[in-house]
Design a protein around this ligand. Structure first.
Ligand SMILES: Nc1ncnc2c1ncn2[C@@H]1O[C@H](COP(=O)(O)OP(=O)(O)OP(=O)(O)O)[C@@H](O)[C@H]1O
Ligand SMILES: [Mg+2]
Length: 334
């Protein structure tokens, strides 16, 4: 069957953290709608996401966001071919809202249910931005909850080559921002203030023996926190610039090792931290070494349902249909 000729419309549903998002994507590549209802202003005053509050807000938003996604795509429920909710990883109560809603839709509309991995979704954001991109490639997945180098062997086949042994890179950005008083979410704020500073403070880079591609970000995070507490007068812009520059070096060192190890010369970025302007520039520098670099549109780097619908499409054509007993899996891996 030639799936491309079929114009398969996937309804993607994302509720793993603090964004309620519903999208309609055709054949995994073309966005017909992508509605993102963010709870950032609600969680901002707590300095981070409060799980119970996130779940309650997903419940309030999900029907309205779905209705808007159908309206924007100019279709009705009957025109949808596949329903693809994120079922992990993420906050269990938040995930359950999207999963339960998707199961109800799948049952009443009699359409296939395709439970989709959130990390696979972040990777798939690249297929939307670059319609010509096909596996295999290496993907540097960096977000609020994950940091890993993935060998994307095929649309639904992955091998994790290295991952963080402690904090995710986005978590480190958020913690640094909170401690130096920039607020939540910290990544974009560190990005902005770092552009006004000088990276002149030496910070530690964790080193593992052997040829591992694993990361560690807790040491540098703690070093920044301690420096700020011991020297509150330290220039925040310089501290953020130094932090950002050092975590980028940590990333790039392992990425170059992964390229050497696999001899794969195509790299895609994924996850919220891939919106960072300094990191994007560093990766663009790899093009001088004949490495082809892909990075999702800024709006597709952070959580959204279009990326879930894209990954859901590839799971669907691979025949990975879910049962109605599908459950949320908070610690789901690739
Ligand atoms: N410009 C930026 N620079 C650095 N970090 C950024 C930037 N923009 C967003 N981030 C970070 O990206 C993270 C959010 O990304 P994302 O939505 O992919 O993560 P998540 O969904 O919380 O985690 P996961 O996808 O692992 O479940 C936050 O940690 C945020 O600070
Ligand atoms: Mg995410």
């Amino acid at each position: 069957m030639d799936f491309n000729e079929k114009h398969i419309k996937v309804l993607g549903i994302e509720s793993s953290c603090d964004e309620t998002s519903v999208a309609v994507v055709e054949n995994g590549r073309i966005i017909l709608s992508n509605v993102i209802d963010t709870q950032i202003p609600i969680h901002e005053k707590y300095g981070g996401v409060v799980p119970e509050i996130a779940s309650r807000n997903h419940i309030e938003a999900i029907s309205r966001v779905t209705k808007k996604a159908l309206e924007d795509a100019n279709i009705t429920f009957q025109d949808i071919d596949v329903i693809a909710p994120t079922y992990g990883p993420g906050l269990v109560g938040a995930l359950l809202v999207g999963v339960s809603y998707a199961k109800a839709l799948s049952y009443t509309l009699n359409k296939p249910l395709i439970g989709t991995n959130h990390i696979q979704g972040h990777i798939a954001a690249n297929y939307i931005t670059y319609p010509e991109l096909q596996p295999p490639f290496l993907c540097v997945m960096m977000s609020g909850g994950n940091t890993q180098i993935v060998h994307v062997k095929d649309y639904t086949q992955f091998e994790v080559l290295g991952k963080t042994r402690d904090d995710a890179i986005g978590e480190a950005f958020d913690k640094v921002a909170r401690v130096v008083g920039l607020g939540y979410p910290g990544g974009p704020k560190v990005d902005k203030i770092a552009s006004e500073g000088k990276a002149d403070i030496v910070l530690p880079k964790a080193h593992f023996d052997g040829d591992t591609l694993d990361f560690s970000f807790s040491g540098i995070k703690t070093a920044v926190v301690n420096l700020h507490h011991k020297n509150p007068q330290i220039n925040v812009a310089n501290l953020c610039a130094s932090f950002q520059s050092t975590v980028t070096q940590i990333l790039m060192e392992n990425v170059e090792k992964a390229i050497q190890k696999t001899n794969i010369k195509t790299i895609a970025l994924a996850g919220g931290v891939s919106a960072n302007s300094y990191i994007r520039k560093a990766f663009m520098g790899l093009e001088e070494k004949q490495i082809k670099v892909y990075m999702p549109d800024l709006k597709l780097c952070t959580d959204n349902a279009a990326m879930i619908a894209s990954a859901g499409y590839y799971n669907y054509i691979a025949g990975n249909e879910s049962e109605l007993s599908l459950n949320a899996i908070p610690n789901l891996s690739l």
